[in-house]
Design a protein around this ligand. Structure first.
Ligand code: NAD
Length: 353
């Protein structure tokens, strides 16, 4: 298995180094993996004048999976838009056709006090949101700002083809099959034709997965239910814009942004794996960042691209163990637990592996 390692900017190199330590352990245990590193984001701009250098894209195309840190930083904010680090990220997702974004929201019972919700509402939460990533109102044409009747109007097009809905539906049902066999499809079919089609296709695809209980929820209600009683959900599937908002809300249920991994998959389960957080310029270079989201991204890589569930479980188990041991980076530290640095956390996971 070839893994393209793209550390990126800010804390990216620090957290990716910890994930690479984990991969090195697996390699020394006999896993047949090859890793190659390349710059992306601001580092890509610095190295080659492009946030997604051609050589990085070629490496990512040739790889079975991509491990990404984070991109961005204040020193790049004044660049022309196409040269900004975030553009490199959007382009690589599009170029690799990564249409299904998987965002788990998981709360270790020991970290329940880090959530802004009551511990009993969130403790033990284990939810997966599947967000369609390459369609919807973010990409639909026509779009623009123009003059109509003497004033400016802004417009976008919410658009899904049935094939786009069907492919993400299959990913979501497949994931629900591996989890609690409950899938909630979120849309706004009471108002939007685009959502009406989404719902129809979900129902059609559900016939291929008779074991999965499919339910439907309007997005406004889903936003409310996620905060009121998030543990009612197992797997959710939704379009690009609704998923953008709901997955950010869900990630906050777990209290720390430094704990949550993500995956973006193509049709063949090739994937890009990355923590959901950004490059955290405020703590970069200080060995303070929480590397667990990145290490858990490696677990997702094993689960979804390499289909090696035992190794995925092994990595997740090692993370659970260090949390249970009371080791905490600053972002999840509370009184009575032991504060450790980014590299110490990486070492602890390696040890418990
Ligand atoms: P951020 O996620 O980088 O940071 C938000 C806050 O969370 C900061 O206080 C940071 O210190 C903390 N934090 C984030 N990750 C952490 C970790 N692993 N351990 C401990 N604390 C952590 O978001 P931001 O500050 O809005 O953005 C900073 C830069 O990151 C910007 O340039 C932005 O464009 C970029 N960004 C990149 C991605 C990505 O690469 N996928 C995502 C979001 C933001």
């Amino acid at each position: 298995m070839k893994i393209a390692v793209l550390p990126g900017d800010g804390i990216g190199p620090e957290i990716v180094a910890q994930a690479v330590k984990v991969l090195d352990v697996l390699k020394s245990d006999g896993a047949k993996i090859e890793m190659e590193t390349a710059p992306i984001g601001g580092a890509g701009y610095d190295a080659a004048g492009d946030p997604l250098p051609e050589a990085t894209l070629s490496l990512a195309r040739a790889a079975d999976a991509v491990l990404l840190g984070a991109v961005g930083g204040p020193q790049y904010d004044a660049l022309d838009r196409p040269l900004r680090p975030e553009r490199g990220l959007l382009r690589i997702r599009k170029e690799l056709n990564l249409f299904a974004n998987l965002r788990p929201a998981l709360l270790y019972p020991e970290l329940a006090s880090a959530s802004s919700l009551k511990p009993e509402v969130v403790s033990g939460l284990d939810l997966m949101i599947v967000r369609e990533l390459t369609g919807d109102v973010y990409f639909g044409q026509p779009r623009g700002i123009e003059i109509r009747n003497g004033e400016r109007v802004g417009f976008n097009t919410m658009l899904y083809s049935e094939s786009e809905v069907r492919r993400v539906a299959h990913v979501a049902f497949g994931i629900a099959m591996k989890r609690g066999k409950k899938l909630c499809s979120v849309e706004k079919a009471n108002v939007l034709e685009c959502s009406e089609l989404w719902k129809e296709v979900m129902i059609e695809v559900s016939k291929d997965y008779p074991e999965v209980a499919l339910s439907h929820m309007y997005v406004d209600n889903a936003a409310m239910q996620l905060i009121r009683a998030p543990k009612q959900f197992d797997t959710m599937v939704t379009g690009n814009i609704f998923g953008d908002i709901l997955s950010d809300a869900a990630s906050m249920l777990s209290g720390s942004i430094g704990m949550l991994p993500s995956a973006s998959l193509d049709q063949n389960n090739k994937g890009m794996y990355e923590p959901i957080h950004g490059s955290a310029p405020d703590i970069s270079g200080k060995n303070l960042a929480n590397p667990l989201a990145t290490i858990l991204s490696v677990a997702m890589m094993y689960r979804y691209t390499f289909a090696d569930l035992a190794t995925a479980d092994r990595i997740e188990g090692a993370v659970k163990k260090v949390i249970a041991q009371g080791l905490r980076t600053g972002d999840i530290w509370t009184e009575g637990t032991q504060k450790v640095s980014c590299s110490e956390m990486g070492d602890a996971v390696v040890k418990s592996l």
